[in-house]
Design a protein around this ligand. Structure first.
Ligand code: BEZ
Ligand code: FE
Length: 288
């Protein structure tokens, strides 16, 4: 096509595909081009704005490392990660939520009743719950990969003062699908805002805060793995999570308990002499 115009360029783009192109590739790329072209026409995108966008992507490429992926962060703060999550989560199962970039592979085993707090200061949080299928049948032998920030708001991979496995643990549920551990009450924290994503947030008058949360990946044979988070119901950022990860069924109450009610069977049993917090979070998995 020689006579490409601003009105026919999307059709011309679609006409350039090879005959043997995978139909799904064609569908996705044609739709992507259509939306990009419509976007440029809708906002009457200027050369300066187009260049600025490309500069931000180029900056993202320069600072992206295996530990920090600025492109994923763009997807997170634009709501794309959460949208894709929600489009594919099963309504009968616990909602999924963003994975984020701070999960580490090979987390250390954490026995039922084990402690992730170690020597860190801050309020003790006892977490327990049960993994079940959508019919209410407990799922024994499910694995729970659990992680959170230290009380300074940093994940182990961001913080040279932490061991890479600090505040990470891998637990297996008992025959009744139950799990339980202690940790420190998670704190709210900011997503990395010193790169182009921070620039975007700034330009939009947005803050970089996430409400405090615990991350889980729950897996069991024959079930869909669930990537999710649990949030306390009194967090100030619940209604403005900068990565759009909060869902109603993931918001739980952290209930204060007297020190003398701390149960037996935990690594910290007999060692808790101040009121502690307790949250129960059950996870429902859909069949795989
Ligand atoms: C997180 O919760 O760890 C996270 C999620 C998205 C972006 C940055 C961090
Ligand atoms: Fe997180």
């Amino acid at each position: 096509m020689r006579n490409v115009t601003k009105d026919n360029i999307t059709d011309v783009f679609a006409s350039y595909f090879g005959e043997d192109t995978d139909p799904r590739v064609r569908e996705v790329l044609v739709a992507l081009a259509r939306h990009i072209h419509d976007f440029a026409r809708e906002v009457n995108l200027t050369h300066d704005e187009w260049r600025k966008g490309l500069e931000m992507l180029e900056h993202a490429g320069r600072i992206t490392t295996p530990e920090r992926n600025e492109f994923v962060l763009f997807s997170d703060v634009l709501g794309l990660s959460s949208l894709v999550d929600m489009m594919h989560s099963k309504p009968e199962a616990t909602s999924s939520s963003v994975l984020g970039p701070f999960h580490v592979s090979n987390p250390p085993p954490l026995a039922i009743g084990g402690d992730m707090k170690r020597d860190f200061g801050g309020p003790v949080l006892l977490v327990d719950g049960q993994v079940r299928d959508v019919d209410g049948t407990p799922i024994g032998g499910a694995t729970l990969d659990i992680w959170q920030t230290a009380p300074n708001g940093m994940y182990s991979s961001q913080d040279p003062d932490q061991d890479i496995h600090s505040f990470h643990g891998l637990m297996t549920t008992d025959n009744e699908g139950r799990f339980a551990f202690t940790t420190v009450r998670p704190v709210e924290y900011t997503v990395p805002a010193d790169g182009p994503v921070g620039e975007l947030l700034n330009a939009a008058g947005r803050h970089p805060w996430r409400p405090s949360h615990l991350h889980y990946i729950c897996s069991a044979e024959g079930y869909r793995s669930l990537v999710t988070e649990v949030f306390p119901d009194d967090d100030p950022y619940l209604d403005q999570d900068t990565v759009f990860g909060v869902r109603d069924d993931l918001v739980m109450k952290y209930v204060e308990q007297p020190a003398d009610s701390f149960p037996e069977g935990f690594e910290l049993s007999g060692k808790v002499d101040e009121p502690y917090l307790k949250v129960t979070f059950d996870l429902i998995l859909a069949k795989g």
